[in-house]
Design a protein around this ligand. Structure first.
Ligand code: BG6
Length: 483
């Protein structure tokens, strides 16, 4: 491809589904914050595209309201908001027809970055991609951004990849997993690969097991129809938890570069062992005491969809031989808490006696809330009377370590700016998504074939009882879920 000199920081960003929920909650407020941070140069523009018959002015009013609702009050500046709104335009478009495409083409400018955000149902990806290319709106330098869910199994993910590949090459496709945009998730790579301290210990010889928890307090109210066809395995494990696992388990890439990082993640996914049914616990939240149950929220009384899942996962390679990764995620749990805990093994020889109070070293990486890192180490309990040990945290809160935590970009802000910069490191490559589905499919097919029902758990609890057994039988226990 002939390279073209363009001012990479000037862009036209078209948001298909510009009036939708994600645009309102995340994309548009996020762009306003980046504008405030001085990252959106003056000539850049955002073009909302959706079916509704709106004018620039009425769309701007919607954006104004979205900012009022989703940007913290302290960051709302009336003059800045108006300046931001001047960069916003709107085109009414029919994704599956002919209306609006000529108007969109007429709006696009030459010699700026063109990015197209597909914030629409995956069933429209093909139609939009085709119209962008047939109408000559997308060129070889354009980028498209696609949201999850990227398929619901391997076959549908392959079909989506094929449909996009007809019009765009892989370097133009940005598949979002918003977990990769979280600061603390990227911190996993910084912690592992910018320090000499951890890497020598990062293997089966020294690590006993890893726990990955993404616990939520929210239920599926309002999105039951989508969620009921998906469930926690497709909604969270196949993408977000899988990405976390990859960042912990991957080999050091030769460089922090899109393909080097994604090649290493892909190797991890390919090395995942199939999961047998004894290593899976599925749950569904019940109701009572004024709480609505999952089946009420999903409006499907016979639903067997899981709102909780715990799995024991093993990686077949030298580094991780015999080290279980216990994954769990669920809705309506006792606290919103996401963390990764790496538990180290015992020292090879104990010089202190059993009563000394010894505990394992644990490295806890808190993703949200209270982002930070804790390394649990043993020290001597102060005072006379022999050697008694106590466990204390070497504690680092990321909020304390940086000046203004409020200005840290949210996941979407970070990822959209990476699209404009043309950096694919934090986006999933087509082969990676397919490999993740290839591992996920037999797990789901297994419980569907057996007709397994998820176990009911109380809202506000830690999940189903059986999940405790998953670790107890290995002589281990889950960490408490708490904020
Ligand atoms: C989304 C899932 O991808 O991630 C939701 O579809 C889930 O079900 C959400 O609630 C969690 O994201 P976060 O950033 O709040 O942890």
């Amino acid at each position: 491809m002939v390279s073209r000199v363009i001012p990479v920081d000037v862009f036209d960003l078209v948001i298909f589904g510009g009036t939708g929920d994600l645009a309102r909650r995340k994309i548009l407020p996020g762009l306003y914050r980046r504008f405030m941070a001085g990252q959106m140069v003056a000539e850049s523009r955002i073009i909302g595209a959706a079916r509704a018959d709106l004018t620039d002015e009425s769309f701007r009013q919607q954006v104004r309201e979205a900012i009022a609702e989703f940007v913290p009050k302290a960051r709302q500046d009336a003059t800045a908001i108006e300046a931001f709104l001047e960069r916003i335009h709107y085109v009414a478009i029919d994704a599956t027809g002919t209306n609006g495409w000529a108007a969109l083409k007429a709006l696009m400018r030459e010699n700026v970055v063109r990015a197209f955000y597909f914030s629409v149902a995956p069933s429209l990806f093909g139609d939009i991609a085709q119209r962008l290319s047939e109408n000559g709106i997308a060129d070889a330098w354009s980028r498209i951004v696609v949201e999850k869910p990227f398929g619901r199994d391997l076959a549908s993910a392959k079909a989506l990849n094929e449909v996009l590949a007809k019009h765009f090459n892989e370097t133009q496709i940005y598949r979002i997993d918003h977990y990769l945009g979280k600061e603390t998730v990227q911190n996993l790579m910084a912690v592992r690969f910018a320090n000499i301290l951890f890497e020598p210990l990062w293997k089966a010889e020294y690590i006993d097991h890893v726990q990955i928890t993404v616990a939520e307090t929210v239920g599926v109210d309002g999105r039951g129809a989508y969620y009921d066809k998906s469930g926690a395995m497709r909604d969270m494990v196949q993408n977000h938890l899988m990405q976390l696992l990859c960042l912990i388990a991957m080999e050091p890439p030769y460089h922090f570069d899109p393909d080097a990082v994604r090649d290493e993640k892909l190797k991890v996914i390919r090395a995942l062992k199939p999961v047998t049914h004894e290593d899976i616990v599925r749950g569904q939240y019940g109701g009572g005491k004024g709480e609505k149950s999952y089946v009420v929220h999903s409006e499907n009384p016979a639903s067997r969809t899981e709102s909780y899942i715990a799995l024991k996962v093993q990686i077949s390679n030298w580094r991780w031989q015999g080290v279980p990764f216990y994954l769990r995620t669920g809705k309506r749990l006792r606290a919103r808490a996401s963390e990764i805990a790496i538990t180290f093994k015992q020292p090879p020889h104990a010089i202190f006696d059993d009563a000394s109070g010894w505990h394992e070293n644990v490295l806890v990486i808190r993703l949200q809330p209270n982002e930070g890192m804790n390394l649990m180490v043993m020290i001597k309990e102060p005072g006379p009377g022999g050697m008694r040990l106590m466990q204390v945290p070497l504690d680092m809160s990321f909020a304390d370590a940086i000046d203004d935590a409020e200005d840290v970009p949210d996941a979407y802000e970070r990822l959209i700016m990476d699209v404009i910069r043309g950096n694919q490191t934090l986006f999933m490559r087509g082969d990676e998504v397919e490999a993740a589905w290839a591992w996920t499919d037999p797990i789901i097919q297994g419980w569907e074939a057996r007709g397994d029902k998820p176990q009911t758990y109380d809202p506000g609890s830690s999940g189903p009882e059986d999940a405790l057994m998953l670790m107890h039988r290995d002589g281990r226990r889950w960490r408490e879920i708490r904020e």
